[in-house]
Design a protein around this ligand. Sequence first.
Ligand SMILES: Nc1nc2c(c(=O)[nH]1)N[C@H]1C(S)=C(S)[C@@H](COP(=O)(O)OP(=O)(O)OC[C@H]3O[C@@H](n4cnc5c(=O)[nH]c(N)nc54)[C@H](O)[C@@H]3O)O[C@H]1N2
Ligand SMILES: Nc1nc2c(c(=O)[nH]1)N[C@H]1C(S)=C(S)[C@@H](COP(=O)(O)OP(=O)(O)OC[C@H]3O[C@@H](n4cnc5c(=O)[nH]c(N)nc54)[C@H](O)[C@@H]3O)O[C@H]1N2
Ligand code: SF4
Ligand SMILES: [Mo]
Length: 706
Amino acid sequence: MTRQLVYGACPHDCPDTCGVVTEVEGGRAVAFYAAASHPITDNWLCAKVRPYLNHVYHPERLLYPLRRVGPKGRGQWARITWDEAIGEIVDRWRQIIATYGAEAILPYSYSGTLGLVQMGVSSARLWNRLGASQLKRTICGAAAEFAVEMTLGIRQSQAYQDVRHSQLIIIWGHNPATTAPHFMPHLKAAQRNGSKLIVIDPRRTKTARGADWHIAPRPGSDGALALGVAHLLVAEGWQDENWLEQYTIGWPELRARLADYPPERVAALTDLPEGDIRELARLYGTLRPGLIKIADGLQRNRRGGQTVRAICALPAITGQYGVAGGGLAYSTSGSIRWDSEAMNHWAECPPPGRSVNMNRLGAALLGEVNDPPIQSLFVFGANPAASNPHTGPILQGLQRDDLFTVVHELFMTDTADYADIVLPATSQLEQTDLHKAYGHTYLTYNAPAIAPLGEGKSNWELMRLLAAALGFTEPWLQQNEDEAIAEILAATAAHTPALQGITLERLKAENTIPLNLPASIPFADGHFPTPSGKVELFCERLADLGLDPLPGFIPDADDDPLSPNAQPPGNGSFIPHPSSFILVSAAAHHFVSSSLANQPGLLRHEGEPFVEIHPQDAAAHGIRSGDNVRLENERGYCELKAVVTENVRPGVVASPKGRWQKLTHGGRNVNWLTSDELADMAGQSTFHSTQVRLQLRAADDWELRE
Ligand SMILES: Nc1nc2c(c(=O)[nH]1)N[C@H]1C(S)=C(S)[C@@H](COP(=O)(O)OP(=O)(O)OC[C@H]3O[C@@H](n4cnc5c(=O)[nH]c(N)nc54)[C@H](O)[C@@H]3O)O[C@H]1N2
Ligand SMILES: Nc1nc2c(c(=O)[nH]1)N[C@H]1C(S)=C(S)[C@@H](COP(=O)(O)OP(=O)(O)OC[C@H]3O[C@@H](n4cnc5c(=O)[nH]c(N)nc54)[C@H](O)[C@@H]3O)O[C@H]1N2
Ligand code: SF4
Ligand SMILES: [Mo]
């Protein structure tokens, strides 16, 4: 039999967006590997996606539409036809719209795939036309995106390989060894060439273990650390007054404020030795160029926006924006912006429905959002019952008898368990899409390699069926994937030089194409696309929103007002309660959020759900490695295996995100504990502003279930 090679893109929420190849024989995918032609992928895939065919051909793939026949959440289903499923959905929606209006329908999607069509277009067009509620997409990096745009005007980042120009590299609240694997060879090469690498993270991550220096501040205190560094830069005269004068606004105001952040105070706020803060400032002030690389874990706390604003100020203070090997690297996602009208077709839709913040899903379902109340939830490409903060109210909401829930999925996830209708989705090997990346600037086309398994349908095919059944006749609701891609490419190219000459035909032929970006590094021309054209250290637009126009740090009583530990800190220092810990639940090495976390091979690598505890804290609680511990707070509890290790700082416990509730011992993952409060900017999630208490469980308690 002949083998056919089909080129595609890894669809997962990962900045690397790799090029992949599927070998197909007799309609079946028989091999899957990295595309040698993709410059970032460089011929290797990460450990989690290498065994992708096990995911695609997982025996538990959903293959047919299902209707719930028992009580919600009990797992009793009957197979139905697609016609029956679509008919039932549309009937229910018509009733809901007649009584409550279309805003009573909430489409909920996020990061199952990052494709232009299967996520972008599929989350927009039908729902806009229907007048459904809009989803405020703030679970991941909203505060950083907003803070960077307010300060610098655009999200742009140097290429991974440009790190070779850096004398100093500060990886700040980011763990690329796990979350951006293809950055690592460049980072290692820079280190071999003599660059100094500092990692700032409350955990000694895989990335931190390879650093020259690991600094472990108290979570959520990085804004104070950045302002403390800025204070010392000025005290030592390491600032670049000429650059500040020419390219920033608000330096005199910020400079005045820096007086509030002397190293003694910053040491108390961050729980770091004063000498370390001085040494960090000295290295950043003197080793140039120095690159600061941030990602999103850093800002998933109450001060996320201000944290990023304070960090953004450092390259300005040292005049390092626009310098090869200097500046700030966050995300390349601003390098092109898809044409909004081609994506959304707003001109032909009713005015946008009200916006529901995804971080408040549980509260929203339980009545925080009313007028109209949410009567139908349509989930695709997301698993909120496992991945969203504060699981309790989400599951309570999903059990509402009057809520009509549809889940479109590849697997019977924790969320799908609570659906009224479950619809089978295709995997990336079974669908067409186009991918841009947030870690680099290549576009990659994904051609379908195999036919859908069972009766699976792609997101966009489902949207087209629903649109037709709802009686919408607009042609942009019936385009096939390629037509949608071509329309958006053409509309975007009309105002985006980076896209000129990039057509669907070329993408199909070449698979991966670089955007036409100037060879220079971001901001090399000294222009920042803010209203003032400068770096906005002082930002009028923030003031207009009632926010602090300058970077700052507000110490609050505690990182969690619900905690028994909440007490006014006086000088702003943190007084740890002897049994209260900050829970950090960062990315798991072998999963992507909860995606892939049902793969037996990957579950074996990741091991049992665990929590890392510093030896000092473990000793104080009589906890040893292997013990069963219960983490609890006002929101709930979760049971995990203790791993006693110096890989977390004292006062912090760490347990990776991504576990499926039903694949844990007690049926609960860490999101039973996490905060669903919103951060200081952009409605950002605050997963890491979570306080927990620890309790040792007797070995035989493991089986005790409430
Ligand atoms: N293997 C794998 N890769 C992934 C993902 C995954 O789940 N698994 N998720 C993907 C997604 S959705 C995203 S958004 C990206 C995220 O990419 P990253 O931001 O790199 O990932 P995180 O692990 O969320 O956070 C990075 C680090 O921030 C640290 N951190 C948490 N709070 C603080 C703090 O207050 N200060 C400091 N200095 N550090 C802090 C955590 O300990 C963690 O090591 O990764 C993507 N890639
Ligand atoms: N505790 C804690 N929790 C976190 C975080 C944290 O730092 N700590 N980080 C948060 C972050 S950064 C993010 S981005 C969110 C991610 O949260 P989500 O966006 O909910 O991502 P996943 O949990 O991976 O769920 C994606 C689902 O989409 C399905 N899927 C994949 N492809 C397709 C497709 O083509 N069609 C359809 N219909 N379905 C598909 C997958 O099977 C999977 O079940 O998690 C957040 N959760
Ligand atoms: S998850 Fe990231 S590193 Fe792994 S294959 Fe996909 S894009 Fe590449
Ligand atoms: Mo994310």
